[in-house]
Design a protein around this ligand. Structure first.
Ligand code: HEC
Length: 237
């Protein structure tokens, strides 16, 4: 065939046009809501172990928070003892930072907020919540808990114990140590030899009478407020 150069050009343009429109058809767009991704922890048969969430590559080193500063040991919780109360699975029997007077004050404050409702302010396990029917909380003045390593107290606050819930979400790790230190204070306070009191202050011991016992709660069943509706004043069956 003998085509003129003009018709060859037209054919070329037509072929190009077809190519472009085919390419546009093929590259149909993918919307964002339609991404090739897995929902968190979804199963997949792409990986041999069936998990779409891949384990960290061995030796991965977490970097500081979301800044490019050097790793922050506190954020990374590198110090096992300080963040778990254990080293190699064994409870530690020391405080991971020096306890000062300010730490004890903070410990008492946090203890009174979070622990005393069940364990009572002196730690005998008869707090108000227990007196209202919650399971008897532990007394800290048993020989077993006097001998228990401080790491145990940290662990109980972190993970809970029996009926007692975990306080990890409410009490910062360092505050848990401060509470544990304050529990040591309570233990000593209930079981201290007279010699532990400075000689100059021993005379005061007799001057301060012991705290009077708290009266038992009285039933309030038949006390009806004077302005209560008539119906309520009938005895409840
Ligand atoms: C809601 C009540 C409640 C609160 C609040 C509470 N505890 Fe307890 N705690 C218990 C009960 C109940 C037990 C006994 C658990 C059991 O034997 O099932 C217990 C047991 C313990 C024990 C003894 C564990 C053992 O080895 O026997 C420790 C130590 C302790 N609590 C510390 C704390 C500290 C510290 C706090 C404050 C951060 C706290 N608890 C707050 C109820 C509570």
């Amino acid at each position: 065939m003998n085509r003129s150069p003009a018709s060859r050009n037209w054919r070329r343009i037509a072929r190009l046009g077809l190519g472009v429109s085919l390419a546009m058809l093929a590259s149909c767009r993918r919307d964002m809501q339609d991404q090739p991704r897995y929902k968190p922890l979804a199963a997949t048969n792409f990986f041999g172990d069936g998990r779409s969430a891949r384990p960290e590559v061995e030796g991965t080193v977490a970097w500081g928070r979301w800044t490019n500063k050097p790793p922050d040991p506190e954020f990374l919780r590198i110090d096992q003892a300080r963040f778990t109360g254990r080293v190699n699975g064994e409870y530690v029997d020391y405080f991971p930072f020096p306890i000062t007077r300010a730490d004890l004050d903070r410990g008492r404050d946090r203890y009174n907020v979070y622990c005393s409702p069940c364990h009572s302010r002196v730690g005998d396990g008869n707090g108000m919540v227990v007196r209202r029917g919650f399971k008897q909380a532990a007394s800290y003045h048993t020989q077993r808990l006097i001998d228990a390593p401080v790491g145990h107290f940290f662990d109980v606050m972190t993970n809970g114990f029996g009926q007692m819930p975990s306080y990890a979400s409410r009490v910062e790790p360092d505050d848990r140590w401060r509470i544990a230190a304050y529990i040591r204070v309570l233990q000593l306070s209930q079981d201290a030899p007279v010699e532990a009191v400075p000689a100059a202050e021993r005379g005061d011991l007799d001057r301060n009478p012991p705290t009077p016992p708290i009266p038992e709660p009285q039933p309030v069943g038949d006390q009806v407020p004077p302005n209560a509706p008539q119906k309520l004043q009938e005895p409840i069956k």
